[in-house]
Design a protein. Structure first.
Lengths: 115, 115
């Protein structure tokens, strides 16, 4: 497995502002993902963070709203831009390690509240 | 397209009794099946997975799950429930036919274990 940390763990933000969430892994991983969990809901994949290139976004998510960076094999950021109350969610990063047989391991999540 | 159904929003069980949390899936290709648990204000923790081999897989904290191909099910079980097992449980699937190892999650089942 891998040890995954996220910063911040939670935040309360004003409408129209942006927040950048960091995901740090203690070892090099093959793949990194970002998910959203809206209140009382399941997880929805936002995008796959690709090292050194543009992220691959799922239907319903766009780069202008959720820009993602992955400068190396252990770090990624997700920005939630021009926030509205509908963006209030838990945002989780996950990783897949080499030889991990397709298992994704999740970070502790970032709880975002937009007022 | 792949999908996961968890037909029960909540499962109630008395401590010491066996528990079952149900999951059915639909994929093209061979399924990779996973169970995750989410405690309050925490990220997802990996419990167990089925990739190939024995249909009965054992995981963390005494949990096990049985893969049933004919019924397209992967129910989570534990012989004797503990109060500390109370949490939100997610079933997830990817497949050999899925690009990028995309995980699809079920809606989640809240397990309540009462003393």
């Amino acid at each position: 497995s891998a040890v995954i940390s996220q910063k911040p763990s939670r935040d309360i933000c004003q409408r129209g502002t942006s927040l950048t969430i960091q995901c740090q892994v203690d070892s090099q991983v093959t793949m990194m993902f970002w998910y959203r969990q809206q209140p009382g809901q399941s997880l929805t994949l936002i995008a796959t963070a690709n090292q050194g290139s543009e992220a691959t976004y799922e239907s319903g998510f766009v780069i202008d709203k959720f820009p993602i960076s992955r400068p190396n094999l252990t770090f990624s950021t997700l920005t939630v831009s021009n926030m509205s109350p509908e963006d209030s969610s838990i945002y989780l990063c996950s990783v897949m390690v080499a030889g991990g047989r397709d298992t994704q391991y999740f970070g502790p999540g970032t709880r975002l509240t937009v007022l | 397209a792949q999908s996961v159904a968890q037909p029960e929003d909540q499962v109630n069980v008395a401590e010491g009794n066996p528990l079952t949390v149900k999951c059915t899936y639909s994929v093209s290709g061979n399924p990779y099946l996973f169970w995750y648990v989410q405690y309050p204000n925490r990220g997802l923790q990996f419990l167990l997975k089925y990739i190939t081999g024995d249909n009965l897989v054992k995981g963390s904290y005494g949990f096990e799950a049985e893969f049933n191909k004919s019924q397209t099910s992967f129910h989570l079980k534990k012989p004797s429930a503990l109060v500390s097992d109370s949490a939100l449980y997610f079933c997830a699937v990817s497949s050999t036919g899925t690009a990028g190892n995309m995980l699809t999650f079920g809606g989640g089942t809240r397990l309540m274990v009462k003393p």
